[in-house]
Write a protein that binds this ligand. Structure first.
Ligand SMILES: O=C(O)CCC(=O)C(=O)O
Length: 273
């Protein structure tokens, strides 16, 4: 995790490319960055996330969606300074631009925690139901592991290479909830961040353990598409006032096209939609 002192990007933020990353992201549709968060950041995020779950109770996640078998939080940039730092991380932004091109913005920052003892199974899906369009890929996600992801606790499952299929899983699979013959589990230590082309067929798997499995999702999109969560409307005046120019750019707070796109979007899309 790198600092937040970069100058305002004229179009794109600086690339934070690491050797070998692009090949895997391009070919497989995802890349894992072990120990990316570091222990202090991990502890800070976990503590704030649990505070928010306690404060929000039954309404947690309601700004976006609530999901049987999982606890969720939404609209996180409005809910803690640590999240303002996370969404402008240059390495993550650099990888987003590898997939989406230079014109990227945050779509949403959420948390999803697969419930213990059989919660968390999701159908294979692509985020927002998007297929690539004539300009290329539309959406890219980052999955920040707040707990170890193991074979047993609801790790992310993905079908490598499926981002290039040009098909939606629900259109071609008899049962998107079923195990896919080519799927793999993306396991890793807490603190790992996975950057994933969000056209990749993926989903949470079932948590067979007695502990929760938490992840934070930093979801980005191209600037010619609406945000999943309209940041300008959802962020308080107080939060907006303290944001750096770079954060304002990433959040599209001064972007008339984003205002228009988001005003037109009457519902926020979840998986399979
Ligand atoms: O939390 C996960 O492992 C995946 C979540 C996901 O793909 C989603 O909620 O769309």
């Amino acid at each position: 995790m790198v600092g937040e002192t970069e100058p305002l990007p004229s179009a794109a933020p600086p690339l934070g490319r690491l050797p070998g990353m692009q090949a895997t992201l391009t070919h497989d549709g995802f890349i894992a960055l072990p120990d990316f968060m570091g222990p202090d950041l991990l502890a800070e995020v976990r503590a704030r996330v649990e505070e928010l779950f306690a404060q929000e109770g039954d309404s947690a996640g309601a700004e976006f969606k609530q999901e049987p078998g999982a606890r969720r939080l939404a609209n996180l940039v409005n809910k803690g300074e640590v999240f303002e730092r996370i969404v402008i991380d240059p390495t993550i932004l650099g990888l987003m631009t590898e997939v989406l091109g230079p014109e990227v913005k945050l779509s949403s920052l959420n948390v999803r925690s697969a419930n213990p003892l059989s919660g968390g199974l999701q159908p294979l899906h692509v985020d927002g139901g998007f297929l690539p369009d004539t300009h290329g890929y539309c959406v890219c996600n980052s999955v920040w592991m707040l707990d170890d992801f193991t074979e047993y606790n609801g790790a992310l499952r993905v079908v490598p290479g499926s981002h290039k299929s040009g098909r939606l899983p629900q259109d071609v699979l008899a049962d998107p909830l079923a195990r896919h013959p080519e799927e793999i589990l993306v396991t890793g230590r807490a603190g790992t961040v996975v950057v994933m082309n969000a056209h990749l067929w993926h989903g949470g798997s079932e948590n067979h353990t007695a502990a929760q499995r938490r992840a934070m999702h930093g979801y980005y999109t191209r600037r010619d598409l609406p945000q999943q969560q309209f940041q300008k409307r959802l962020l308080s005046r107080q939060v907006q006032a303290r944001l750096t120019p770079k954060a304002r750019w990433v959040l599209a707070l001064d972007d008339p096209l984003n205002d228009e796109l988001c005003e037109r979007t009457t519902s926020m899309s979840g998986f399979l939609k």
